[in-house]
Design a protein around this ligand. Structure first.
Ligand SMILES: Nc1ncnc2c1ncn2[C@@H]1O[C@H](COP(=O)(O)OP(=O)(O)O)[C@@H](O)[C@H]1O
Ligand SMILES: [Mg+2]
Length: 284
């Protein structure tokens, strides 16, 4: 996939693989944290297993759960048979056949190479974080009815965080740390060029420069790379090859979602009008 990485990303991914350590990727929304894990999976030909975190995520959704429906059906069938004892039924219904693996267990028991993405880990409660930490330390899961399941391999693990809360020191210690920030103008221009069909080089350049300038303002919510891409797509759809101040003003709501932010950007357009909109695209 077309993930545009700088050397630090490539380096840390290599290290993570070598050391068998998870990578904790932190940074503002829309800087490509999720995309990074997806792209690493794709480039290395590994299967991506994703655990999307949310408030209230628990073991039964992260690790495994028993298939109660199927167990109940089996109980109904077997209890009709007078020769079968309850102990036998219990042994039967707490076996592999009735286990529903969730992403963590799936990643640990996989035979093929996998990349495990634990996405937006800052959304789970501390106790769930502790559970994750345990698994990322031992790469094994113990299931009371079945015993301990050990991993066949150490998967490459990416955890992402938008920093909505501070993660535990223990988790941070366990991981290699990668901070993703907004890309440089040059990188963002490249991202636009690879992701937006039919965009011209000069428009991509102009968009990247204007977005960079907007990100330097004091805003409630800075535009992310996804919003840059949306804006570039919109301009292309409108048949614009070089955006002027009026066009920028009338489309800036694609980049910014708060009224006060939009007003600040529009002011910035006026005061930087010459730099952003006049003349030829600046040389790199
Ligand atoms: N370095 C990059 N190379 C290619 N695409 C990128 C890059 N950074 C961000 N993107 C694009 O920006 C969008 C947002 O990325 P995403 O991974 O969802 O961000 P995050 O998970 O950090 O919120 C996606 O469409 C992604 O493809
Ligand atoms: Mg994400």
């Amino acid at each position: 996939m077309d993930y545009l990485a700088d050397e630090s990303i490539a380096g840390i991914t290599y290290l993570a693989d070598r050391l068998g350590k998870p990578v904790l990727v932190e940074g503002p929304a829309g800087t490509g944290k999720t995309q990074l894990a997806k792209s690493v999976a794709e480039m290395s030909g590994a299967r991506l297993i994703r655990l999307q975190c949310y408030e209230g995520l628990d073991e039964s959704k992260a690790l495994y759960e028993w298939n109660y429906k199927k167990q109940l059906l089996r109980i109904q069938v077997e209890s009709g048979d007078e020769d079968t004892s309850w102990a036998e039924i219990q042994d039967d219904i707490f076996s592999d056949e009735f286990l529903l693996p969730r992403p963590l267990l799936e990643a640990i028991t996989a035979d093929d190479p996998v990349v495990l993405l634990i996405d937006e880990v800052d959304r789970v409660e501390l106790e769930t974080e502790a559970l994750l930490l345990e698994i990322l330390s031992d790469y094994q899961v113990s299931i009371p009815e079945l015993g301990t399941i050990e991993s066949k391999q150490i998967p490459l693990v990416f955890l992402t965080s938008n920093n909505t809360r501070e993660l535990s020191e223990a988790l941070k210690r366990r991981c290699l740390f990668l901070h993703l920030d907004y890309p440089t103008i040059e990188r963002e221009k490249e991202i636009v060029l690879t992701k937006v069909p039919d965009v011209s080089d000069s428009l991509a350049d102009q968009v990247a420069r204007i977005v960079r300038s907007i990100r330097q303002l004091e805003l409630k919510k800075h535009p992310s790379v996804s919003e840059t891409l949306d804006w570039a797509r919109t301009l292309v759809l409108l048949g614009i090859d070089r955006v002027d101040e009026e066009e920028a003003k009338s489309t800036v709501n694609i980049l910014l979602k708060y009224r006060s932010d939009i007003e600040k950007a529009i002011k910035d357009f006026s005061s930087n009008s010459a730099a952003h909109f006049d003349g030829q695209p600046a040389a790199n």
